[in-house]
Design a protein around this ligand. Sequence first.
Ligand code: FAD
Ligand code: NAP
Ligand code: SF4
Length: 681
Amino acid sequence: MPYQRLLAELDLGFTRLRNRVVMGSMHTGMEDRFWHYPKLAAYFRERARGGVGLIITGGISPNREGWLLPFGGTLNSVFDLRNHRQLTEAVHAEGGKIALQILHAGRYGYQPFVVSASALKSPISKFKPRALSVAGIAKTVRHYARCARLAQRAGYDGIEIMGSEGYLLNQFLCPRTNKRTDDYGGSIGNRLRLAREIVERVRAACGERFIVVYRLSLIDLVEGGNTWDETVQVAKALEAAGVTMFNTGIGWHEARVPTIVTSVPRAAFAELSARLKAAVKVPVIVSNRINTPEVAEALLEQGAGDLVSMARPLLADPEFVVKTAEGRTHEINTCIACNQACLDHTFKNQRASCLVNPRAGRETELVYRPVASPQAARSVAVVGAGPAGLSAATVAAARGHRVTLFDAGASIGGQFNLAMRVPGKEEFSETIRYFQSQLQRHQVDVRLDTRVDAALLAAGAYDDVIVATGIVPRRPAISGIEGPNVLSYVDVLRGAPVGRRVAVIGAGGIGFDVSEFLLHRPGEPLPTPRDTWLDEWGVDLAVRERGGLKAPVTPQPPRDIWLLQRKAGKLGMGLGKTSGWVHRATLARNGVKMLGGVSYREISARGLKIERDGVEEWLEVDTIVVCAGQDSLRDLHPVAAEHVAVQTGGPRYHVIGGAKLAGELDAKRAIREGAEVAAAL
Ligand code: FAD
Ligand code: NAP
Ligand code: SF4
């Protein structure tokens, strides 16, 4: 049987998991408010129905000091049980198992009551923590045990103790943040004391027949983190204290090494889980950048772990497991690790969702109801097979409408065909593959190489026309812009020759992507092989030095690049909160000169003349690449240029994606608008 390891049961002695898929903890924002619990229950129910073996909730604090945000989700009294029972009952009704993650944020808390091992402020929170006293430590241990016991009473099958990513327990474990001179500081034996006491007290409070997962940081990726030998010592102590299994944690939140964005090679850190597995007897969960059943199965086969944790992939597709079991892996809506609708939302205090699956976190609100009867099915033309049109066409057809999808190009995907050529964004092709499978499954009539005009639409006598024609790249009015040394990002990404010295006009997401594209040397493999990537980011998986850091290797960049914008200030501020810094760091490491406050004066054979701070200068470049944003393509139906349907007695028009509004456009909005319009037909 394919995927036999991934789909195999796991017998823990006192309970069984139906397979090896763990939905890793992911803060959705719904945990923090009691009125969101019915929505959270629907979200978990859908994932349990899709076959996940063990679901781990987003982080819940054991007390007020541990809050991530003011009034964050807490389980510290019997009055909280009612909320949590909604979650456990929903998951159990679908045959799944669920564990509560207990997360004490320590100095990462963004609130005034923060505590830590020592009074050292973190670089990512403005609140300076108070060092816990010995009495405060004892109280914290009791609060963990109380939280675990309440979780058991709420019907959870277990808990996960969050001991990684730089949160409180990690802060006690590492010399970086633990400067104590009492029994909880100094030697590793002392630094692990708090974690060990918590596991012992939780086990004593909840008994032997309760899952206790400990998420252990296997590589801290910060100076002053632990060494591998210390990590193994911690694992052995916690195993002896009663842990049922270990989950893998990689890197602190303040680390300057990316651990989950798209450009991180798949399963880049799995080797560490394999080494932990060899050092302990209890099962180990492998995690980070595992997003397909193939990768998950291969890791189990190689012995990298006993279970596989996937969090974002299950936001992207709640049916991941059932599709795997039914041999429909080509139908999985793969997480492309963009972070745009999940982590970026969480960090902005918004409810998490998913770029490729706008229903995630909105299961009770965005509902795809089948049409009432075949007679109620509408005849729908979707013009444009970019993300917006694909989303609209597939949702409408899945509901039972008769859908014809047109595109002027030779393939579906729209701008995603360009995005997937950017190094580190190869996985955007998975979204096109997913939509292709849905077009076939729901029998959409796809007509490629067909530029739609008003006559074609009239001949089709459609009930609804969904205009998803996207955008045209903007060409700014700069003297010399028509010259032979000027290219658009479209030309460049399609392979037009580019010189050695390049100026990029416009530093939005596409300006950054094009700069990264131009840093790639022809012939170098893509996606970047794991070992090259580890060298470039200075990661030593042997964790010889504290934190697993080493000097990064930066090869000579193949081009001199100037990335420019008119706005004053730092470039890339509009990029995603959790991924923008990775793009900025990559360009900076490769010597890209990032200039803000630029006025473009003139282009000639000499290059690009700019003015900054009242001083004019020639950038003597061979090629100028224009990435100056985009304008909506609205030639199809000028009257339908606005957001809503225009009633003219003919079909109902709906305008979505880039065709509706080019500013602020991204694939998240395009796919969501497509789904919403199709859900409402
Ligand atoms: P498009 O993708 O532009 O699709 C429109 C389609 O309509 C095209 O296929 C076109 O051929 C077709 N069409 C136009 N007129 C007609 C007609 N008359 N008849 C038939 N067909 C027609 N977004 C993100 O969210 N995250 C990213 O990381 C990201 N990276 C990107 C990287 C690059 C290099 C690029 C270029 C874009 C990136 N984007 C990213 C932007 C994202 O791709 C767009 O926001 C998204 O594609 C917009 O979707 P859309 O369907 O509205 O338009
Ligand atoms: P964008 O983000 O709007 O950036 C356009 C850039 O061009 C800005 O730097 C802007 O800065 C400049 N510009 C605008 N008008 C100009 C003009 N007339 N002359 C010169 N410069 C001008 O658009 P984009 O880069 O084309 O990206 C399109 C969409 O795709 C974005 O909304 C983005 O969200 C999405 N995308 C996202 C990612 C990602 O990683 N999340 C990656 C790629 C694309 P100044 O006005 O300051 O010069
Ligand atoms: Fe994955 Fe992006 Fe969806 Fe997050 S928003 S789950 S990273 S596809």
